[in-house]
Design a protein around this ligand. Structure first.
Ligand code: HEC
Length: 450
């Protein structure tokens, strides 16, 4: 009863508002939201990288004529924050990323208003100049760093028209003869057709390291050279933060892990990676290493997800050296629901660094922190990785909620780990970095006050 009255009250309230709002709207004559003036700039910035001819999106959103038929679907995907794909929780943790492709609340409401108004075209003279997307033949960072120093390709792979997903894992020697620091990496499918079948590609750097003192050796945390670069739909490349880079040693190899999926036509392709080294004599001071931080205490076999249930697992990783956390990239499969990364500082204080709360297996997004927000954490910090799996029928990606699920490679098995890149430093350098950060952020605050 109370509930009914409450809803009735709400309804009256809404009606009242509408009466008040109508004359105000008539007076100020708010400009109509149109495609050419308001929506096209948003699509250029946030959608065209994937939604243009021959890219990975199912349709082009470049012109009005191409976008108009999708208006309703656009509204629902954008309102639910499913497009553009960006699954970081907006309510907790760090919110400044170098590669944030999410829309602002204002952009979302502009798109919704446009669709609600009947998706009008507007005046062609408001249309922004078309974006010149780089040619498929060019490497993007070549403009900044000159020609890539090294290009490594995976062997060609043929994906039949119809087949189950394939994970292709060939090993290709880098062929380098001296140690080099890497400052930028780009990766891409070798052809436009190849983009259709290439879901994502990982390149792991395999090399023999002398020793590693950075993490706990006994629980799989030992950070090796690790993952070198990951390419997934919509991603171009990675540039190392100033004065840091990955070290590539003579005798190293790239271990590819390419996820192909069939698209109804037979396609043969390769994945290619361009590597830009720091010039000799300009080596960076800090080395970045990538760790696989498990979210399952006691080993992968402890992942034990009962049918029709939710499950939560957690694991802890000690930082043996101070460092800067560069990114957060959760990895789970179809039952993956959420993952968080927290820092438990030596003084006992806990900080939520990042949380992905609506994980989607189709999007292996690497959330790269913005320069001034990448967490600087002292030696002895514990990173706590928590992961949630949803093995119920409420999970739309769940192939079968009646199955027990454990750890494994197949998409129908599960995993729970985060790929985390850390730039390690000794305590003196760490202090310098912390002081620099403090000075910079203090500067920003006073700028804002002026
Ligand atoms: C990183 C690449 C990427 C970006 C950026 C992106 N999309 Fe998508 N979009 C895709 C892919 C791939 C699909 C198909 C798979 C899926 O539905 O998730 C898709 C699907 C969609 C669909 C569903 C189409 C249907 O079948 O109904 C809509 C609508 C859409 N995108 C709109 C947008 C809009 C609007 C933006 C920008 C505000 C955007 N997308 C940004 C890659 C992207």
């Amino acid at each position: 009863m109370a509930d009914a009255r409450f809803r009735w009250g709400m309804w009256l309230g809404a009606l009242g508002l509408a009466f008040v709002a109508a004359p105000a709207a008539a007076q100020s004559q708010p400009a109509q939201v149109t495609f050419t003036k308001d929506v096209a700039p948003i699509f250029q910035k946030a959608c065209e990288s994937c939604h243009r001819k021959d890219s990975i999106g199912p349709m082009s959103l470049v012109t009005y004529e191409e976008s108009r038929p999708w208006a309703r679907s656009i509204k629902s995907r954008v309102a639910a924050r499913q497009m553009p794909p960006w699954h970081i929780d907006k309510n907790v943790g760090i919110q400044h990323f170098a590669n944030d492709r999410s829309l602002t609340d204002t952009e979302i409401s502009t798109i919704i208003k446009w669709v609600d108004a009947g998706a009008p075209k507007g005046d062609m003279k408001d249309m922004p100049a078309p974006v010149q997307w780089p040619s498929d033949q060019d490497w993007n960072f070549a403009k900044t760093y000159g020609k890539p120093d090294l290009i490594i390709k995976s062997p060609k792979y043929t994906m039949p028209a119809q087949a189950q997903d394939a994970w292709y894992k060939p090993v290709v020697p880098t062929g380098i003869t001296e140690a080099r620091y890497v400052r930028a990496i780009e990766m891409r499918p070798g052809s436009v057709r190849g983009r259709k079948i290439t879901h994502h590609a990982l390149a792991r750097l395999q090399q023999t390291e002398e020793s590693s003192t950075t993490a706990t050796p006994n629980n799989g945390d030992d950070p090796g050279p690790g993952l070198f670069m990951e390419w997934a739909v919509g991603k171009q490349g990675e540039v190392a933060r100033e004065n840091s880079g990955k070290l590539m040693l003579p005798g190293s190899s790239i271990v590819w892990d390419i996820h192909y999926h069939a698209v109804g036509e037979e396609i043969t392709d390769e994945v290619e990676m361009a590597i830009y080294f720091y010039p000799k004599g300009q080596e960076p001071k800090f080395r970045q290493m990538l760790s696989l931080y498990s979210g399952i205490a006691g080993g992968n076999r402890n992942l034990d997800i009962a049918p029709n249930s939710m499950s939560v697992t957690q694991n802890f990783h000690v930082m043996r050296k101070a460092g800067r956390i560069e990114n957060f990239q959760p990895h789970m499969h179809l039952r993956g629901k959420a993952m968080s990364m927290e820092a438990i500082l030596p003084n006992g204080q806990t900080q939520m660094l990042s949380m992905v709360s609506n994980y989607n297996f189709n999007w292996h997004t690497n959330y790269v922190y913005a320069d001034d927000y990448a967490p600087l954490l002292p030696k002895g910090t514990v990173l706590r990785i928590t992961s949630w799996h949803d093995n119920t029928k409420n999970n739309p990606n769940n192939p079968d909620p009646n199955q027990w699920v454990g750890w494994g490679d197949r998409t129908v098995d599960e995993m729970a780990h985060a790929w985390v890149n850390i730039t390690y430093m000794d305590d003196a350098d760490f202090k310098v970095e912390v002081d620099k950060r403090k000075a910079k952020l203090a500067g920003t605050t006073s700028d804002r006050q002026q």
